[in-house]
Write a protein that binds this ligand. Structure first.
Ligand SMILES: [Zn+2]
Length: 139
């Protein structure tokens, strides 16, 4: 029996992002913040994008944010994604500042998504990492 196709997964040996991906296994969305100037840095990297020489420390998001923008994908040739269509790719602003690209899940139709919509993290578990997806926030 052949293995079902999975979404592409990150390379855990990449030095700048490895700590982020390892924390996802614990369902933590980590981001960096500069100890010198306070700049929130996303995606993970070695140097502050604000002052360039401050040291970066890891913070953990509370897991809520809002849709900044999105697109509905209706056709894909990738073995995993072609079975997911139609699906929503969204830029999400976490409340702490990071803006990341993800998928919106937990919706009846893609048309249920709108800009400014409140969302929360929804983890998709894999062997060594979990993918940070989002679903609409239910109050
Ligand atoms: Zn800085």
């Amino acid at each position: 029996m052949s293995k079902l196709p999975t979404r592409p997964l990150p390379n855990l040996s990449e030095p700048d992002t490895a700590a982020f991906w390892r924390a996802t296994a614990e369902h933590e969305f980590r981001f960096q913040q500069c100890e010198n100037c306070g700049t929130v840095v996303w995606h993970p990297r070695r140097h502050c994008t604000g002052c360039v020489d401050g040291s970066l420390v890891w913070q953990v998001s509370a897991g809520q944010g809002a849709i900044y923008s999105f697109s509905i994908v209706r056709q894909s040739y990738h073995p995993f994604f072609r079975n997911q269509v139609p699906y929503v790719v969204a830029l999400v602003d976490l409340d702490e500042g990071p803006r990341f690209l993800t998928n919106v899940v937990g919706i009846d139709t893609p048309e249920a998504v709108h800009i400014g919509q409140r969302v929360m993290l929804a983890w998709e578990d894999h062997d060594d990492v979990s993918m940070p997806l989002v679903r609409p926030l239910t109050e």
